[in-house]
Design a protein around this ligand. Structure first.
Ligand SMILES: Cc1cc2nc3c(=O)[nH]c(=O)nc-3n(C[C@H](O)[C@H](O)[C@H](O)COP(=O)(O)OP(=O)(O)OC[C@H]3O[C@@H](n4cnc5c(N)ncnc54)[C@H](O)[C@@H]3O)c2cc1C
Length: 508
């Protein structure tokens, strides 16, 4: 473990993208920051693994918001490190394939629109209108996620509310509805609906429609990228270097067990080894329930707040399979690095939890960065969308919550069926596997301590309330996907910025 001081200005618990953003921005402003991360590498879900010559990104697989004007780009620019992240723009952003369609979601947006119209010729007008709504919503999203109302004075707050009411009609309308409701209201052909959900097959169809529509808007705005080298790990690594260059510190393999509270305010943390470290401010970048119910303790919280923590819905997890194969995709003419596969056009079935029918995200990222696989070989990442197979109780843990014999059998069985499904887009895949690693919701929960292996924190229910980086405990803030504005790298970067600005506002 790194040499730690007894005192810091700020301790950030968790080195995911939300925590690293917050810590690095504060370090740049001269504050003495410690980021405590329990894993041996930074980034949380935004990280890459290297094993037996293959590199994989088991969770975050693509980066959004890195274009000029995007929140990731803005943050890197503020830290003067934007040139350190060399990116490849994904064009096509995605390929969505099914039993009776195969479509490129290209930045050349007319191509995408025309292809959709060919799929269902009678629905041209609805297709055009829907894509226009997605693009408008993408721009409105940028407007509201630029700053937290917590940071605004009264005048700014009134301006923000006015903008929200007058300029964000799409966002208001589609945040109140579910994605499933909206695709069903726009389109009648099941395959059109499947394509639209396929663009973000990872996304639960019962979440706010605005999330799906924002992703479709991003694809049409060419804002989907991948690092030229180093996988998605390149991004947190750049932040760590900037943090250290500014005189602050990250302690890896360091678990925080308790947030110290005195007279209603956070005064530091206690580590797993019992070491207590003081700080003027503490930022939690970790699981929302864990932060308050375990690290703070119920004695400091109101019954209403505890009830809210215990009853709020949590976003589901996923199954992620990393394969090394002795196939050369480039040589056999496979071009799209990222594709979604829909084994059925029925949205209910795609998210029903039957592995044979589950919607899949397939990443062939050695096509983007040839150093990710040995010569003549390739990588395949498969992520099965949120559904009952991604619920923690599907995996048959034993009574003590440990992985038993049954767990291994269920895992192999599910993975086998998912791989068989991917063979429809990568023929012969199962005969060429030379490396396999399977991550289930249990793997994600054990590694990151996100409750139930949640992929995106609190569930964005249609019409759900907006959370804040502020907490009921003075000097304790939150960053990451258990706070506003929710899951995904751009969202947690925005939350880390908000948390940093709230602390800076207090210190000035
Ligand atoms: C399979 C999968 C695919 C995804 N794909 C994408 C994608 O392509 N693009 C995208 O934008 N988003 C994607 N997401 C969502 C995105 O990964 C998350 O919303 C985001 O990365 C969360 O960042 P975070 O900073 O909130 O926290 P996390 O990434 O969860 O990081 C929290 C960190 O805190 C550490 N920690 C926990 N408890 C403690 C403790 N007590 N002490 C010290 N450290 C602790 C954990 O080890 C972890 O490193 C994906 C998620 C998953 C699971």
């Amino acid at each position: 473990m790194a040499n730690l001081k007894d005192n810091y200005d700020v301790i950030v618990i968790g080195g995911g993208m939300g925590g690293l953003t917050c810590g690095t921005l504060l370090a740049k402003q001269g504050l003495d920051v410690l980021v405590a991360e329990r894993l041996p590498r930074p980034g949380g879900y935004c990280s890459s693994l290297r094993d037996e010559g293959f590199s994989f990104d088991p969770a975050v697989g693509i980066l959004e918001g890195c274009d000029k004007g995007g929140v990731v780009y803005q943050t890197l620019t503020e830290l003067n490190v934007e040139r350190e992240l060399e990116l490849i723009k994904l064009d096509p952003a995605n390929r969505v394939a099914g039993t009776d369609f195969d479509i490129l979601v290209a930045a050349r947006e007319e191509g995408f629109e025309d292809d959709l119209k060919r799929l269902s010729p009678g629905e041209g007008e609805s297709i055009h209108l829907f894509l226009e709504e997605c693009k408008a919503l993408y721009h409105e999203m940028a407007l509201v996620s630029a700053g937290s109302p917590d940071l605004m004075g009264l005048g700014q707050k009134i301006g923000f509310m006015k903008d929200f009411l007058l300029k964000c009609s799409h966002l208001r309308k589609y945040s109140a509805k579910s994605a499933r409701e909206v695709t069903h209201s726009f389109f009648t052909a099941p395959k059109l609906r499947a394509v639209m959900h396929g663009v973000a097959i990872f996304l639960d169809p019962d979440t706010q429609a605005s999330i799906l529509m924002n992703i479709i808007g991003m694809a049409a705005n060419e804002d989907i990228c991948y690092p030229k080298q180093g996988g998605v790990q390149a991004l947190p690594n750049i932040l760590v270097k900037a943090l250290e260059r500014n005189g602050s510190q990250i302690a890896l393999n360091t678990t925080v067990n308790r947030i110290l509270v005195e007279k209603g305010r956070a005064i530091g943390v206690e580590l797993e080894d019992g070491n207590q470290i003081r700080a003027k401010y503490v930022v939690s970048n970790i699981d929302g329930k864990h932060t308050f119910l375990k690290l703070v303790g119920e004695e400091y919280l109101s019954p209403k707040f505890i009830k809210e923590l215990n009853t709020s819905k949590i976003y589901g997890s996923v199954v992620s399979i990393s394969l090394g194969v002795d196939m050369d995709f480039r040589a056999i003419g496979i071009q799209s690095s990222d594709l979604s596969y829909c084994p059925t056009n029925d949205i209910g079935e795609l998210f029903s939890g039957q592995p044979e029918k589950s919607g899949l995200m397939v990443r062939l990222h050695s096509l983007l960065d040839s150093t990710q696989a040995p010569l003549g070989k390739s990588t395949v990442g498969i992520v099965a969308c949120v559904s009952p197979i991604t619920l923690i109780n599907y995996w048959k843990l034993d009574k003590d919550g440990q992985k038993g014999k049954e767990y291994e059998a269920v895992k192999e069985n599910v993975a086998g069926k998912l791989i068989a499904s991917v063979e429809k887009v990568v023929p012969g895949l199962s005969e060429h596997i030379v490396y396999k690693r399977i991550a289930t919701p249990i793997t994600f929960e054990k590694a990151t301590l996100n409750s139930e292996g949640s992929a995106m924190g609190w569930y964005p229910l249609p019409g759900g309330k907006m959370r804040s980086q502020k907490t009921p405990i003075k000097n304790l803030y939150q960053a990451g996907h258990w706070t506003f504005p929710g899951g995904s790298v751009p969202a947690v970067v925005a939350s880390g910025r908000n948390a940093a600005q709230l602390i800076l506002k207090e210190t000035q």
